[in-house]
Design a protein around this ligand. Sequence first.
Ligand code: ADP
Ligand code: GLC
Length: 469
Amino acid sequence: MNIVHISAECFPAAKAGGLADVVGALPKYQNILGHKASVIMPHYYTKFRSENQYKAVFNGGARLGHHTYSFQVFQLLNENLGFDIYSIDIPGLFDRDKIYSYPDDTERFLTFQIAALNWLNTLKNIPDLVHCHDQHTGFIPFMMSKVWDYQRLKDIPTVFTIHNGQYQGQFGFDRIHYLPPFHSYFYGLVEWDGLINPLASAIKCAWKVTTVSPSYMDEIGYSMRGLESLLRAERNKSTGILNGIDNDVWNPETDTPLEKNYSIKTVESGKKANKNWLCKEFNLNPDLPLFIFIGRLVVEKGADIIPDVVYRMNTEHPGEQNILILGSGEPHIEQGLLKLEADFKGTYCSYIGYNEKLSHIMYAGADFILMPSRVEPCGLNQLYALRYGTVPVVRRTGGLKDTVIDLGDGGFGICHDQVESWDVINSINRAKAFFSRQNAFKQNRKTIMEIDHSWNRAAQEYLELYKTL
Ligand code: ADP
Ligand code: GLC
């Protein structure tokens, strides 16, 4: 099968979060299973771009309303990835170093989608299946089936994966002329609640809709920023497929940023060396259990309660644990975290920013990872943590509920139900009690490192789904 993924992110070319990790691994595993999977993404002007070689494969134009952009499709020359990346360079829109958060993101990603289809439309061998990811590619299923220019592509099945339903990309009907011409009879297929909504359009028009965990699929039927009834209506064509992880990239035995590599056999000495490095770097006490948080500092991740958790742990239970945070996001959360550093030197530190290398050492050196998410469609951090022998402390929601079983239920992690400081604190105290039972704690490390969350299973599940189309 010739499968084309279309996405705003793809590791290692451009990453803001888990979307990149998924799109940077699933095609590789699909190729291993004997198919031909590739990725189409925007050509951002990042460090990755300047450090890698590309070959131009197509020149074209994309019209957005009254403006025509010229674009160029580049193929990344890198045989080690295990799949092809085609990135679309659209000067004026993507010649910037960040992926998102520009005022013209609507124009940027809509032009990207039009350019991608203009290019696919010219290919002699059109794909057997197009798999789109998140709202930045949400108009593709609609355009392939209803836009006059793309009638050649209308019989190609489309799959749309919702990685995060919080972001929907809505805009007003004053910009309806941005979409290439189609019969006005189909306005309803791009509309939701009086606005043009790419996520809603994808849910209506894709042949199949998936979410990145089964529990998230159930949850969005009653909570997804106004789209609940649509999701319930389209439930028959929707399914939840739990993400995997790329075991080649996330492997404590070979991971290059680590201070010391380790296997299940050498986990104790390996984790100790990485923890010592972190404690030295961030002025923490290596004898205490180390709790980490890695991620976007946003309300969705429960990051807003972390400053309070840090304050209360250090005042109510001083000197009993270390807490180390890596993340960036809402300025008030960043400032809240930074402000606490002066008061709790020696047991608390935060690194505000994005640092891929540091994240790997943290997964390796920590004892526990905190994930008090309000919404977590899948969550990859807990899966990486398990592979590195770090115990997840999570709120039971979405993918966290599907992948972490509480110690009290015969499992290996610590779970709570509320996004409230008291509930997280309670879990941290349970974790510390577990840490003090060193024999059981060490045995659990080995157990969790053996859990297999590799992409082999999930890649196969996607292929089964494609075959039904
Ligand atoms: P989301 O995609 O919602 O942010 P996921 O758990 O799916 O959450 O994936 C987050 C990914 O981004 C993981 O690979 C995590 O290690 C990485 N990550 C998040 N924040 C940072 C950061 N500040 N520095 C380095 N890596 C980060
Ligand atoms: C989104 C979700 C996260 C998920 C990731 C990859 O960013 O927030 O839970 O793991 O996509 O699917």
